[in-house]
Design a protein around this ligand. Structure first.
Ligand code: FMN
Length: 323
């Protein structure tokens, strides 16, 4: 066991490894698969508070869970405290176990609306937003930040964190990069550790966890309290199963397990999306991740980009796994 058990409010988490919010990816089918493979808590993709207030159809779908889902956190994003206040009064929180507020998304489309990473420049805004949400929420509440806007004169990580802590968060999720860093810059676990040593709320570290060795490195360097995994779970939702073990390891499925898990994912997507073309759009994306590193995957990848029916997918999977 790399991380000790984590207790946050009413939640006891034996293996504190979370599936990250992933826009366009962490929908209900993917969360169900990750959960089956042991992700103790999964997150919805970032959900617009304005979309919730105005009952936009796409937003409603993001916060709609499958009846079998448990241990799901919802991630919210927006710009103004009033927008958060209006939205949190409309959400049925009984279906969720955690609420996170996105304060780290660097995508232009989001920052342009004064949301996501933009907020890290304004600790007083962070404070006001968290305060509004805290008034209504009595389950675990966190903010997900990066190390800051940049590493020059903008508010420092500690200042950003303290604004959220003073307003009442229970934990903080820290992606070890600045807003301007791309994935080419390695996540800085030392900086996550610097923050951890200065604050009293649990710190969930995030960035570049692809194996149990990465998890050990994160824990050893930062002494943080848990880890959030994003890209490491794409095409590898089973990453959680080896981590959730007294002696952690990197689980590698055999062919049958690989086939069956993807087929199950496909069945969930079909159930979720019905007859819509979104089934194939969604599965093409996932299949390309699933095929990564697979023998003969160049050929298989080519076929995947045009799949548009169930049997087609099953054939490709059978061919790829040779079963
Ligand atoms: C496809 C994709 C979608 C993402 N969507 C979100 C999101 O909705 N909310 C969020 O806070 N972060 C989002 N992120 C960032 C991840 O949650 C995570 O912070 C980042 O990828 C670093 O973790 P990793 O190195 O494990 O991938 C997204 C990342 C990817 C690759």
């Amino acid at each position: 066991m790399i991380f000790p058990k984590l207790k946050i409010r009413n939640l006891n988490i034996e293996y504190p490894y979370f599936l990250a919010p992933l826009a366009g990816v962490s929908d209900s089918p993917f969360r169900r698969i990750a959960n089956k493979w042991g992700a103790p808590i999964t997150f919805t993709e970032m959900t617009s508070v304005r979309g919730i207030t105005y009952s936009s159809v796409s937003t409603q779908k993001i916060i709609h869970l499958h009846p079998s889902e448990k241990n799901v956190g919802v991630q919210l994003f927006g710009a103004e405290p009033e927008d958060f206040r209006d939205a949190v009064n409309k959400i049925d929180f009984s279906q969720f176990v955690w609420v996170d507020i996105n304060m780290g998304c660097p995508v232009k489309k989001v920052v342009k609306t004064f949301s996501g990473a933009y907020l890290m420049q304004y600790p007083s805004k962070i404070y006001a937003i968290v305060k509004e949400v805290r008034k209504v929420i009595d389950i675990p509440l966190s903010v997900k930040i990066r190390l800051g806007w940049d590493n020059t004169n903008s508010p420092k990580t500690l200042e950003i964190a303290n604004a959220a802590i003073d307003a009442g968060i229970d934990a903080i999720i820290v992606h070890g990069r600045y807003k301007n860093n791309s994935y080419n810059t390695p996540a800085d676990y030392h900086k996550i550790g610097e923050l951890k040593s200065k604050i009293d709320v649990p710190v969930i570290g995030n960035g570049d966890i692809f194996s149990y060795q990465d998890l050990i490195r994160l824990r050893e360097i930062s002494n943080c309290d848990g880890a959030m995994i994003a890209r490491g779970a794409l095409g590898k939702p089973w990453i959680f199963s080896g981590l959730n073990s007294e002696v952690p390891y990197d689980f590698v499925p055999n062919k049958e397990t690989w086939f069956n898990s993807i087929k199950e994912h496909l069945d969930y997507v079909k159930e979720w999306e019905g007859d819509s073309n979104r089934v194939w759009k969604m599965m093409r994306k996932h299949l390309l991740w699933y095929a990564r590193g697979f023998i003969g995957s160049k050929e298989i990848r080519k076929k995947i980009t045009s799949v548009d029916n169930y049997n087609n997918i099953i054939e490709i999977l059978k061919e790829a796994s040779n079963i």
